[in-house]
Design a protein around this ligand. Structure first.
Ligand code: HEM
Ligand code: HEM
Length: 177
């Protein structure tokens, strides 16, 4: 049995804007840290930092919207543990869209470099604050494998709904129902 109620346009637009941006920034992060020091690496780190800070604004908008609208209901009736697991993963992914930008900004501000979005200054350069830089760096780095695991489960879940359950989960998130 399927729930036919569509998701709101805001939910769909905010999911794909944050989701695709998050994946792009994540892959950029993994790629740039492997590059040798030089102008290319420097430029990509700047791009990563600006896009990373920008996503924070979109993520906050999304979370405010989710709180206002309430949690989305499953598109099909699955077992209780599957629904609970999906909810936990959704919550942790949303949390990651806050902790990654915030820890990145903490790293940058802690290093005395401030934070900006493509030149639009958010926090001015200043003295370095070593504990803030270390904390930011620890959270940013330790989250990487957890996020990979969460995203893998999230995407596998969406594929399972599509191929095995053959329900409306994916169609609903794509705005097709
Ligand atoms: C190609 C990548 C992705 C696919 C195919 C995908 C697919 C989906 C689908 C089908 C749903 C609806 C689930 C349901 O109805 O129960 C959903 C919900 C959700 N997804 Fe994704 N997703 C992707 C990437 C991401 C990313 C990168 C994030 C966050 C970093 C994310 C966070 C969420 C959250 C929080 C929800 C709950 C609904 C909401 O509040 O927006 N997704 N996703
Ligand atoms: C959604 C937002 C973000 C995501 C998903 C993200 C993801 C990542 C990832 C995956 C890495 C590679 C980590 C590694 O393999 O060690 C990385 C590195 C880095 N990120 Fe982010 N990041 C985000 C936002 C930011 C922001 C806002 C800043 C700063 C303002 C920032 C600054 C950095 C820096 C400086 C590095 C390099 C760290 C090093 O050299 O070890 N990130 N990020």
């Amino acid at each position: 049995m399927f729930y036919k109620k569509p998701l709101s346009l805001q939910t769909i637009v905010l999911h794909w804007t944050t989701g695709l941006m998050f994946i792009a920034i994540f892959i950029l992060g993994l790629y740039m840290v492997e590059l040798p020091k030089g102008p290319d690496k420097f430029e990509l780190i700047g791009l990563h930092k600006s896009l990373g800070a920008l996503i924070l604004i979109i993520a906050i908008t999304r979370i405010v919207w989710r709180i206002k609208e309430g949690a989305i209901k499953p598109a099909s009736i699955g077992s209780a543990w599957q629904n609970r697991l999906a909810n936990i993963i959704h919550g942790l992914l949303m949390l990651a869209t806050l902790t990654m930008p915030l820890s990145g900004i903490a790293m940058s501000v802690g290093g005395g470099r401030g934070a900006d979005i493509f030149g639009w200054q958010l926090i001015a350069k200043g003295d370095s604050i070593p504990w803030l830089q270390e904390l930011g760096s620890m959270v940013h780095g330790l989250s990487v494998n957890i996020i990979i695991a969460l995203l893998t489960l999230h995407i596998l879940g969406a594929i399972k709904h599509q191929i095995i359950d053959r329900d409306n989960t994916m169609a609903r998130m794509l705005g097709r129902i």
